[in-house]
Design a protein around this ligand. Structure first.
Ligand SMILES: *Cc1c(COP(=O)(O)O)cnc(C)c1O
Length: 382
C-alpha cells in the first residue's frame, strides 16, 4: 500500500532518522540529574523525603485537587483507590475491556470481579449509555448501594479509563453513577495534562489515579499518584499506602492492614524534574498531532483527534485503518522499517483470567481493537 510507504517516510522525516523510532521514549531535558544528585547527597533516597512532598503538592495544584498521594506505581494506586471507595471481596466493578491489563488486575487484587461494558467510538472510553443500559437491565438500588439482581453481588465501583489521554464523557458517566449510587474512579494513568470542559481529568470521580511509568507522558522511572477532592479519602490513601503507620516518635504502631506502596524520594525527584517540563511536552506533542492530522487527512487514513469540550494530552497518537487486514499490513510494514507501531491491547475478556467475566456485546471495543494502531508519539527534540 502506497499510503503505508508514505507514512513510514513521513514519520522518518518527523523524527529525522531511519534508525529505530520508538513508540514513546522519555525525554530528560530539565533538572533530572540535579534533583537525583540532590537526593543521593542528602541520603534520603527511600520512602520519605522532600521531593515526595513537592511532587504531591505539584500534582494537587496541577489537577486543582485537595490532596495528592504519591505511590509506587499506577497499578497499586488503582488497587488502593478501589479499596478506599469500598470495593470488597465478591463485589462487581464496572469497567471497560478496552484497557491495559492493570485496570482489571487491580479489581481482581481486591477479590472483586470486573464487569466489562462497551466503550464509545468517539472517546474509546467507557460508554455512559452502555453502562446505563446494563444497569437498567441487571441492577437494582438497595438501601446500601447498587446490586446485580442476577448474581446478587454488590456493584461497588465503576472505573473508567481515558484511553491514550482522550477523556471519556465524564459528565454523563458521573450522572449515571450518581443515579445508581456507584462511586466513580478514573484511571487517568495515560491522561496527565488532559482536560474535560477546562477541568483536569481525574477530578470528576471520587478518587483518580495517574501513572509515571517510563512510557507515560512524564516519568518517575516507576510511580503513580492518587488525587481526590475528598480530604478524608486522601488522608486514608496516604495512611494505607504507608503501611498504616500511626505517627509516633519511636513506637511501631500500625492500626490496620496497610501496604508498602510509597513512592521513593529518588523517584519523586525524577518526577518533579519531569513535571516542570509538562507544558512544553504537551505543546510539543500537540504540534506533532497537528502535523500528523494534516498528513493523514491528505492520504485518507483516519487520525484520532480530541473531542469538542476536551483537551487531550496526545500521549499516544492513534490511527484507524479500514479493517483488520489493513491494520495487520500497516503493523508489519512499519515495524519492518523500524518505525515502531503497536495494536491496541487485546480486549480483557480474551485473556484467560478474565474470559468468564460478565460483559455486554462489546461492539465498539471489538471494532476499535481490529482497526486501531498507535504510532510514534515521543516528544521531538528540536
Ligand atoms: C500505565 C497504565 C496503568 C498502570 O500504571 P503503572 O504505573 O505501570 O502500574 C494503569 N492503567 C492504564 C490504562 C495504563 O496505561
Amino acid at each position: 500500500m502506497q499510503e503505508i510507504k508514505d507514512t513510514i517516510k513521513f514519520i522518518q522525516e518527523v523524527y529525522k532518522t531511519k534508525d529505530l523510532i520508538p513508540l514513546h521514549a522519555p525525554h530528560f531535558g530539565g533538572n533530572e540529574k540535579k534533583y537525583l544528585l540532590e537526593t543521593i547527597d542528602s541520603t534520603f533516597v527511600s520512602s520519605v523525603g522532600p521531593f515526595v512532598d513537592r511532587f504531591e503538592n505539584h500534582m494537587a495544584s496541577l489537577t486543582s485537587t485537595k490532596k495528592a498521594v504519591a505511590v509506587v506505581n499506577g497499578t497499586a494506586g488503582i488497587q488502593v483507590a478501589l479499596k478506599l471507595v469500598g470495593v470488597k471481596h465478591g463485589d462487581e466493578v464496572i469497567t471497560q475491556a478496552l484497557t491495559f491489563v492493570a485496570t482489571t488486575n487491580a479489581i481482581k487484587y481486591n477479590g472483586a470481579n470486573p464487569v466489562f461494558i462497551d466503550v464509545d467510538l468517539d472517546t474509546m472510553g467507557l460508554s455512559p449509555q452502555a453502562v446505563e443500559q446494563f444497569l437498567l437491565e441487571n441492577a437494582e438500588l438497595r438501601e446500601n448501594g447498587c446490586y446485580n439482581k442476577k448474581t446478587g453481588n454488590k456493584i461497588s465501583a465503576c472505573i473508567a479509563m481515558h484511553t491514550f489521554g482522550f477523556p471519556v464523557h465524564l459528565d454523563e458517566l458521573k450522572k449515571v453513577c450518581d443515579k445508581w449510587n456507584i462511586p466513580l474512579i478514573e484511571d487517568a494513568a495515560e491522561a496527565l495534562g488532559s482536560y474535560y470542559k477546562n477541568k483536569h481529568v481525574g477530578t470528576h470521580g471520587e478518587i483518580s489515579v495517574f501513572s509515571f511509568n517510563g512510557n507515560k507522558i512524564v516519568t518517575s522511572g516507576g510511580g503513580g499518584a492518587l488525587v481526590t477532592n475528598n480530604i478524608d479519602l486522601g488522608n486514608r490513601a496516604k495512611h494505607v499506602t504507608n503501611t498504616a503507620k500511626v505517627p509516633h516518635p519511636y513506637e511501631y504502631v500500625h492500626d490496620e492492614l496497610g501496604y508498602n506502596f510509597r513512592m521513593p524520594n529518588i523517584n519523586a525527584a525524577l518526577a518533579c524534574a519531569q513535571l516542570e517540563q509538562l507544558t512544553s511536552f504537551l505543546n510539543n506533542k500537540r504540534e506533532l498531532a497537528l502535523a500528523y492530522k494534516s498528513f493523514f487527512n491528505a492520504i485518507g487514513i483516519n487520525f484520532r483527534t480530541e473531542q469538542e469540550h476536551t483537551k487531550a494530552n496526545y500521549w499516544l497518537m492513534c490511527v484507524e485503518l479500514n479493517d483488520k487486514k489493513e491494520r495487520d499490513l500497516f503493523l508489519k510494514e512499519t515495524n519492518d522499517q523500524k518505525v515502531m507501531t503497536r495494536p491496541i491491547w487485546q480486549l480483557m475478556f480474551k485473556l484467560p483470567m478474565y474470559e468468564n467475566c460478565i460483559r455486554d456485546e462489546q461492539k465498539n471495543a471489538i471494532y476499535l481493537e481490529q482497526r486501531s494502531v498507535n504510532i510514534p508519539s515521543s516528544v521531538r527534540i528540536k
